[in-house]
Design a protein around this ligand. Sequence first.
Ligand code: CP
Length: 306
Amino acid sequence: MPNKRDFLSVDDLSPAELVGLLDEADEIKARPEAFAERIAGRQVLLIFEKPSTRTRVSFEVAVTSMGGHALVLRSDELQLGRGETIGDTGRVLSGYADAIVLRTFGQDRLELLAEAAAVPVVNALSDFSHPCQALADLQSIREQKGTLEGLALAYLGDGNNVAHSLMFAGAKVGMDVRVASPPGYEPSAQVAERSSLIGAETGGRTTVTNVVAEAASGADVLYTDVWASMGQESQSGERAEILAHYRLDGDAVDLAKEDVIVMHCLPAHRDEEIAAEVLDGPHSVVWDQAANRLHTQKALLAWLLG
Ligand code: CP
């Protein structure tokens, strides 16, 4: 595919492209029937090296409800599980499919796949980033608040892949993104530096702190994610102790604006990273946020497949 585009990181998009995708996602959400043939006859391969509920199902439904065909595979069903390289796999699969969506471990695996594949490659989560999640997050925030620019988003907890994508995404649209994590669990310094550079162009701001109040005070959006990501389960006890002070609970909500919205990419662990009464409470938009995965991924596939 000449001039193919990949979506490995939110930073692959210009600010205008990102806002364009959000606008398209709104349009698709409002009039899904108008997009029923948008990728008719196109084949999309979805490969999962880690479990997934939302990403897997929303991508499969996105493809089929726009007239395409989705083939979902686990890596242990492919020769990948027996040592065939990701590059060789990408070269071969490009002969059968129009796009490849991959959930994997290292971001380098996505980069190798994208380099080898002749068709667009989409990051369905890596240890480094979760850009598809960030698209749905921005759509959800804009729906609730009517705007993105200038809003303060406080992310509390582990500075993980979801935090990285939110930092990039917030910077691209001029938000004030504040991440509060315990020492040693902060997001990547390179992501913070790059997000600050992007913000210098867009009016966005990126802050990383160890102090919850510094992030949450006056926030428009409170966000958290699990303390032990996939592959870190053996550290869950130690992480629960270290991160306990960063729980998104009623105290954090009290620090934020009165009309704060509470977000979580899910799956959630009630009364670990988020208090049950907050997840299920009046500020929470997590179910709408999860539903928006469908619309933003439709917009992304429609764009990538042309
Ligand atoms: N938020 C998210 O990516 O959920 P899944 O792991 O279920 O896909």
